[in-house]
Design a protein around this ligand. Structure first.
Ligand code: GCB
Length: 592
């Protein structure tokens, strides 16, 4: 068709997104990355802001030059190599003032060279995270798409690569009610490709997955499950030299499992012992550093390696003032060390999967973690596609992090009204999490019922009840806090997954003045006093370590920040409540 006519036809395709459906990559497309050789595609990419999705409507990615039927070049609306550049990964909001509030589509493109190294090699692109819908185009062809703003996406490029390649990515950060999370959250909707872009070369048959852990209920056997990319037969090798393990893995229909006698030194926050291991099949080899520990619930207690444990925690968003969600390794380390200084052995990574660097660092530094998916507030619980999206995010998170000893709890959501639809939705998520990983505890941050009881029906499918309560803040009457515990008889351990109060750094007043440092300090004093008395409260993760950006918070004391941090957003000032919590945690540690 003549280009002008084609352009006119494109203008009138209302559902232009339909042509990009059917090539979604999911958890099933992941490959085990552990320690594998990779080539980085991070760095400068050309970009254009594309709020009308013209690239997708008019298929810009197909051609560099637009030619008429007679072979003349025609005017076109893009010039990739003259677009400005942005260094990926990043959140575009922090790159330019004019992009700060932008929540729609951006196009990124660059060239790269590819020279095959081995006959028959396969090549995969891994995008660590892109918020929210990512589409990948290579050399004029649509490769695939991924939805979900916080988990990795894998695209196979094999067969579409040339020596000189043009890659183009579109990222759409629009909030939509049917997505996970929905369009209404209490955090900032950062856009961009904000975790690493990497290429992996693997042989035709490769190790897609490797799960290594202590056998539940035993401390003398290590379980290994490995899965290949194909339903192949053959032998592989698992080795863990420090424990003298060299185990042949026998693959049938692409799967191998083994249980190997071993007595590893157990991992704990105090002794974060990690072991180097490797696994190979044919020409493929992967390596990792793994800790071994056991987490379980007995009655209303939580036990780590058979010992009673109180989870001295704090909640955290993935954010820094400078980088938004594209937090650096130093910023992750700083957050963990800040929690340690506070006396914590536990952190709640709220409300979506944080970078895998957090779990890797927590493994190394000794910090227990709660990891969560963004089933937050009023999700479309009765919509099957929304469920599929939530389940896929859960699977991508578990497959990414289930070799990390630091992760002890999977959370399937936060503060959702106790309806039948929600119960079905979250029960299925809990079942899926157990199917993928029988070695961790399941939780969700539940709400207190209207009659002030711990009564969420979801508790029956969880191991640990997470509970958000804001006595002294949203519910000012503190007496209700002790009433809540008098009214409740949970049969499982409870972690108070949130309490807190806003306090603006430098703002002083009486304990009754909302927003003052004194008011927040008093809330922490009274909360810790009360919670410390309740035997089945086996942990807490007050809200929150750092103040964070939040478009919903327009009060003069907030200035588009949620100010419930114990530390200011610039990470420079510890508020008085920080010291109250530290004192409480010190006492708790001595009691253990
Ligand atoms: C909550 C939410 C959290 C909010 C917090 C608040 O219950 O789980 O995302 O930021 O309260 O500050 O209101």
């Amino acid at each position: 068709m003549e280009t002008k006519q084609q352009a006119l036809a494109d203008i009138h395709v209302e559902d232009y997104r339909a042509q990009y459906r059917g090539k979604e990559v999911t958890a099933s497309d992941m490959l085990f990355t552990g320690v594998r050789e990779r080539e980085s595609l991070d760095g400068l990419w050309h970009y254009a802001v594309d709020p009308y999705d013209t690239c997708l409507r008019e298929h810009w990615y197909r051609t560099e030059k637009r030619l008429s039927a007679q072979g003349f070049t025609l005017p076109q609306d893009y010039s990739y190599d003259e677009w400005p550049v942005m260094a990926l990964p990043c959140c575009w909001n922090t790159q330019q003032d004019r992009l700060f509030w932008y929540e729609s589509s951006v196009i990124f493109t660059r060239r790269f060279r590819y020279l095959p190294k081995k006959e028959g090699e396969r090549v995969f692109l891994r995008v660590g995270a892109a918020n929210y819908t990512l589409r990948v185009f290579l050399n004029g062809r649509f490769i695939g798409s991924h939805t979900g703003g916080s988990t990795p996406a894998f695209f196979e490029l094999t067969g579409n690569l040339e020596t000189d390649n043009r890659i183009l990515l579109t990222v759409d950060a629009s909030r939509r009610p049917e997505q996970v999370p929905t369009d209404h959250t209490d955090w900032f909707n950062y856009g961009g490709i904000y975790r690493e872009l990497e290429l992996f070369r693997v042989p035709r048959v490769f190790l897609r997955d490797l799960f290594v852990r202590l056998e539940p209920g035993s401390r003398e056997r290590i379980m290994i499950t490995a899965r290949l990319s194909e339903a192949a037969e053959g032998e592989g090798l698992f080795s863990l030299p420090e424990l003298g393990i060299r185990e042949t893995l026998r693959f049938h229909a692409g799967e191998a499992t083994a249980a190997v006698p071993a007595s590893p030194e157990l991992w704990s926050p105090e002794t974060p012992k990690l072991y180097e291991l490797s696994c190979s099949f044919g020409e493929d080899e992967v390596r990792d550093r793994v800790g071994f520990r056991q987490i379980e619930v007995r009655g209303r207690e939580i036990l780590l390696n058979g010992k009673r444990l109180f989870l001295r925690g704090v909640s955290l968003h993935e954010e820094s003032l400078e980088h938004g969600k594209a937090v650096t390794e130093e910023e992750c380390r700083e957050a963990i060390l800040e929690a340690k200084a506070l006396g914590c052995n536990f952190m709640r990574l709220a409300h979506y999967p944080h970078t895998e660097k957090m779990a890797l660092l927590a493994d190394e530094l000794g910090m227990l973690l709660w990891e969560e998916i963004p089933v937050y507030w009023a999700i479309c619980f009765d919509r099957p596609d929304t469920y599929a999206e939530a389940e896929n995010q859960l699977r991508e998170l578990i497959l990414r992090d289930r070799d990390r000893a630091s992760v002890v709890l999977w959370s399937v959501g936060n503060e959702n009204a106790d309806t039948d639809g929600r119960f079905r939705f979250m029960k299925s998520l809990a079942e899926e999490a157990r199917r993928l990983d029988g070695t961790r505890l399941l939780t969700a941050a539940c709400m207190v019922s209207a009659d002030n009881v711990i009564a969420d029906r979801l508790a029956e499918v969880l191991d640990v009840i997470g509970l958000n309560e804001y006595y002294g803040w949203y519910s000012p009457d503190f007496r209700q806090l002790s009433e809540l515990f008098q009214n409740s008889r949970p049969s499982k351990p409870v972690i108070v997954s949130e309490f807190g109060a806003d306090a603006l750094w430098g703002h002083h007043g009486t304990i009754d003045d909302k927003g003052t440092l004194e008011c927040q300090e008093e809330v922490y004093r009274r909360q810790t006093l009360e919670l410390g008395k309740i035997p089945y409260v086996r942990g807490m993760t007050p809200w929150i370590l750092y103040d964070f950006r939040c478009p919903r918070r327009t009060h003069i004391l907030q200035g588009y920040f949620n100010r419930k941090g114990l530390v200011t957003a610039d990470r420079q000032h510890r508020k008085p409540a920080w010291y109250v919590l530290r004192e409480f945690y010190e006492k708790k540690r001595e009691e253990e």
